[in-house]
Design a protein around this ligand. Structure first.
Ligand code: SF4
Ligand code: SF4
Length: 487
């Protein structure tokens, strides 16, 4: 049996690594099985989220209902117990541990996103905000933005992220607010990080120098090579924005500004994941995210032309993960989080997205240019906003019941790391309180499976890459188990 132990596991998984297996008959629960190319099998338990890689002999031993005597204290049985793959009656190694609560407790970051201007200089085909032209009257009220920043800096979380949204059309406001945030943050106890988002079209050297001086991370939208990017991300003239975006990236790289690249997956690039990943990795970003288009705003209007199905996004992500692994490049942010969670690593839960344990509406708020407050920057339309009656307040948005995992997730082998999908994708668009299935469920399943087969199992079996000295590679052989097992 092979498995991996991360450096900073959730408390319940840390305790499990030294647990003593009960000196009684232990039973194998139903386990999901994933055959691997080398003849081994990966096994996953949906209740605990425990997994291991076995050879075919061990896989045959770990079949549902088989019972083992642990009287001899076999190291193998002990490890199967510690991995959450055996039962003592109905009990398992995690006992009554509240894994969802432990995951939620890892959220040590508060995020405030300000949407400074209600218009944009591009008319991207899938924009969820609409195609208003940028104008002074659509600019956020500066005193409101400053109030929101001051409120954010009073939060108890260890790290506060202030994101100034799209800056292409909000000069000089974004510069003022970046300076203001740094000034107020000087007397704030927590770590304060500043980020901006941009399409890159206005990011000249003076802006990049300013960003470097204020230690701002840049989130830049890049949907792949020019011929794909330009089909969706264009000016009102119809001209594409790829060249300007890439020039902006080059300036950031030369000036030492950290970048995070975001590719929206829609009709224009869903067939070419390898090209998208190749283009994004070629710019050596600090991180990148491949996110599916949502049927909001302009994308909803043009869904037949621009939208993609859940199966198409799933296939895109499967190929994108393979492409990243085969090129030796980093995984996209959502795949990396799922991989960390499969290992039990706390970092995978730092913001909880994607899962029902995310911070939306509690440790994540969006203030739109007209003062309306939303729970998540991906969902600033659809009726989940709140307009404070007086002074700006950052309210607790969304009913607690929305955090519950939908019934459709019962028995899913990935439940512990996926956490039931996105809180707001599974929302009825009003103030409803019943958690609905996430439409991207197929993609999450495919991503987990490919991560297990392509990244985690190979690392447990000895491949380089994921382990890199931090994640501990572990193994144990059955020894005398075959003789001592009983039915
Ligand atoms: S959303 Fe899908 S992948 Fe995620 S836990 Fe539910 S059933 Fe599993
Ligand atoms: S609502 Fe969805 S996209 Fe937004 S933070 Fe939560 S899980 Fe992430």
């Amino acid at each position: 049996m092979w498995w991996l132990e991360p450096p900073n596991a959730l408390p319940a998984w840390q305790r499990a690594t030294t647990a003593v297996a009960p000196d009684r008959e232990l039973r194998v629960p139903p386990l999901s099985r994933f055959p691997l190319p080398g003849g081994q099998v990966a096994l996953v338990d949906s209740d605990t989220g425990g997994w291991c890689v076995t050879d075919d002999v061990e896989a045959g031993l770990l079949t549902e209902g088989r019972r083992f005597s642990n009287a001899i204290g076999s190291a193998w049985t002990t490890q199967a117990w510690r991995r959450g793959l055996l039962r003592d009656g109905d009990r398992h190694v995690l006992g009554d541990a509240d894994l969802a609560g432990e995951a939620a407790a890892c959220r040590d970051t508060y995020g405030l996103v300000l949407l400074l201007n209600g218009g944009c200089n591009l008319v991207c085909t899938y924009c969820y905000l609409g195609h208003e032209t940028p104008s002074k009257k659509r600019m956020i009220d500066l005193s409101l933005a400053e109030e929101a920043i001051r409120s954010a800096l009073q939060r108890p979380e260890e790290q506060i992220i202030v994101d100034l949204g799209e800056i292409a059309v909000s000069n000089p406001h974004w510069r003022h607010l970046a300076t203001y945030t740094r000034e107020v943050a000087a007397s704030s106890p927590g770590e304060v990080r500043l980020t901006v988002q941009t399409n890159g079209t206005t990011l000249d050297q003076s802006s990049v120098d300013f960003l470097a001086q204020h230690e701002v991370t840049v989130g830049l939208s890049l949907d792949g090579p020019a011929r794909h990017h330009d089909r969706a991300r264009m000016f009102r003239t119809g001209a594409g924005s790829h060249e300007l975006a890439v020039r902006a990236l080059e300036r950031c790289a030369k000036t030492g500004v950290s970048t995070h690249l975001i590719a929206t997956v829609a009709r224009h690039n869903v067939a070419v994941p390898e090209l998208v990943v190749g283009e994004l990795l070629s710019h050596r970003p600090g991180s990148y995210l491949l996110k599916p288009v949502l049927a909001h705003g302009e994308a909803a209007t043009a869904w037949d032309r621009e939208g993609v199905t859940s199966d198409e996004y799933a296939s895109f992500m499967e190929r994108a993960i393979r492409a990243a692994v085969e090129s030796g490049g980093a995984l996209d942010q959502s795949a990396a989080k799922f991989a960390q969670r499969l290992l039990g690593e706390r970092r995978g839960w730092a913001d909880g997205c994607t899962s029902r344990q995310c911070g939306s509406g509690r440790s994540l708020h969006v203030v739109a240019s007209d003062g309306e407050v939303f729970a998540c920057p991906r969902f600033v339309t659809g009726g989940t906003g709140f307009r404070p009656p007086g002074r700006l307040s950052l309210p607790l948005l969304l009913a607690d019941s929305l955090r519950a995992v939908p019934e459709s997730c019962a028995g899913c082998p990935w439940l512990r790391s996926c956490g039931g999908g996105c809180t707001l994708s599974g929302h009825d668009g009003t103030r409803g309180t019943v958690p609905l299935p996430d439409p991207q469920c197929t993609a999450y399943q495919v991503m987990h499976e490919v991560l297990l087969r392509q990244v985690i199992a190979p690392a447990a079996l000895g491949a380089d890459g994921l382990v890199n000295g931090r994640v501990k590679r572990c193994s144990v052989r059955p020894d005398h188990l075959i003789e001592s097992e009983s039915r």
